[in-house]
Ligand binder design. Structure first.
Ligand SMILES: NC(=O)c1ccc[n+]([C@@H]2O[C@H](COP(=O)([O-])OP(=O)(O)OC[C@H]3O[C@@H](n4cnc5c(N)ncnc54)[C@H](O)[C@@H]3O)[C@@H](O)[C@H]2O)c1
Length: 431
């Protein structure tokens, strides 16, 4: 049976390397349409949970995972030898920045290393991890060449960026178009055929590096526009103009404007990181991506701005930040999810600690968080604790929080997300 037939008849065996926020939802989607899917992850805890049919990603339905595990459509392992039994391998491992804020492709390289000795002819290999243009062709073809495989004939290689938006109830994998760029036309055709089984629209592009650049453009677009509105917000504050009212009014223009909102800084595994993959690569071409650098500078300064706002707000009540009890409301990087990676809340907690504030936090989705080697535990949110705090700072606008109670009982509330837009009170300070 050809690979194409195996794909259209859902007989292809699919391996997903990296069962995180990207890999597990993709594995579930593939298994849901009838493929046999096996997740491969170095994290034994995740492998164990999936093998038992247990879920650890809030966006996913626990019952669906339980049923898929029970039916045998979704399995997990940490043994890469399984690769020799598969028809398709999709890599969804992390692509962070290192200490010098340069791309760290070690997870991608590590996973390709582990896979390559088990590859066989006729397989399709796809990279989904976000990286700089050129990554797929730099890393994968040399690894398969060692096996004497010709890409596009013996083995098929493509890049297809993940566009998952955690917590988004409107756009899922299925109704978000998927961009696919193969090393050869044959690679693009087969990889597109695979994704056509699970998404409504596949967008084929001419090469992996076009697909890689597409993903980066999308994220840089967000990063730059968020920085722009953050800068406008700081100016509005000085000019005594309500930036939220301005964005709302500008959004009534039916063309040529798209709203972005100010906030306490960027978070997550994408927007604060991905742009710097491109600025790093650009230097190889004697090119300086000034928009990215400027946006990074503005967005990285936001936690400092928020701390200044807290200090000013306390000052207006005659209190110094030193010794004040500050409650951070929400440590996840965005509302209604449990992901704290790169969350601005962590930087704000660190800065407040440096200034000797007594910091605690509440987050309905995050029970503990580590900041600079200190562990913090989510405190129960109630009337008594709200009254005890000198200042409550809303960093994440989780929708399940009783903001009415917060406004009623807290001495002072600094709102960085405009979640209190329906409330009025002398104790509310907005950024
Ligand atoms: N999280 C998002 O919202 C999002 C959205 C779009 C794109 N992306 C991109 O997708 C990629 C994955 O992100 P994520 O959020 O799913 O990361 P994650 O940290 O949630 O998951 C990655 C998984 O890979 C596993 N892993 C690491 N090295 C491995 C190896 N060598 N072999 C097998 N497993 C390994 C880890 O144990 C982990 O479970 C990144 O490149 C990211 O930029 C993420």
């Amino acid at each position: 049976m050809s690979l194409e037939n195996k794909i259209t008849e859902k007989k292809a065996k699919i391996g997903i390397v990296g069962l995180g926020y990207v890999g597990l939802p993709l594995a579930v989607e593939m298994a849901n349409v009838g493929f046999d899917v096996i997740g491969i992850d170095l994290d034994c805890g995740k492998v164990d949970m999936i093998s038992k049919g247990e879920n650890y990603i809030p966006d996913l339905d626990g019952d669906v995972i339980k049923n898929l595990a029970r039916s045998g459509h979704l399995k997990a392992t940490n043994d890469f030898r399984i690769v020799s039994d598969l028809d398709v391998v999709i890599i969804c491992v992390p692509t962070p920045l290192n200490r010098m804020r340069e791309p760290d492709t070690s997870y991608v390289r590590g996973s390709i290393n582990s896979i390559s000795s088990h590859l066989k002819k006729g397989q399709l290999l796809i990279l989904e991890s976000t990286s700089y243009p050129g990554t797929t062709e730099e890393i994968i073809p040399p690894a398969v060449k060692k096996l004497d495989f010709e890409v596009g004939k013996d083995i098929f290689v493509a890049f297809s960026p993940e566009r998952v938006d955690p917590g988004n109830k409107k756009y899922s994998i299925k109704n978000t178009p998927k961009v696919v760029g193969g090393v050869t036309k044959n690679c693009t055709r087969i990889a597109s055929l695979l994704y056509a089984q699970i998404v409504d629209q596949v967008v084929s592009v001419s090469s992996p590096k076009t697909a890689e650049m597409t993903k980066l453009l999308e994220n840089i677009f967000r990063c730059v526009n968020i920085a722009l509105v953050n800068e406008i917000m700081i100016l509005c504050d000085r000019m005594d103009i309500d930036v939220w009212e301005v964005v709302k009014a500008a959004s009534t223009k039916p063309f040529g404007f798209m709203p972005f909102y100010p906030g306490p800084g960027l978070g997550g595994h994408c927007i604060p990181i991905d742009p710097f993959y491109l600025s790093w690569k650009a230097k190889e071409y004697n090119f300086y991506t000034e928009f990215i650098e400027l946006a990074g500078k503005v967005n990285q300064s936001m936690p400092y701005y928020v701390v200044d706002k807290i200090m000013d707000a306390l000052n207006s009540q005659g209190k110094p930040l030193n010794g004040s009890k500050v409650l951070i409301l929400g440590v996840a990087y965005k509302n209604d999810i449990n992901d704290t990676r790169e969350s601005p809340a962590l930087k704000i907690i660190e800065l407040l600690g440096e200034k000797e504030a007594v910091v605690s936090y509440y987050d309905p989705y995050v029970s503990e968080v580590e900041v600079r080697k200190s562990l913090f535990y989510s405190q129960p949110l109630n009337e008594k604790m709200l009254k005890e705090k000198d200042c409550v700072v809303i960093i994440t606008g989780h929708s399940v929080v009783d903001y009415g109670l917060v406004v009623k009982k807290a001495n002072l509330v600094v709102d960085t997300r405009n979640v209190l837009n329906k409330f009025k009170g002398q104790n509310i300070v907005r950024i």
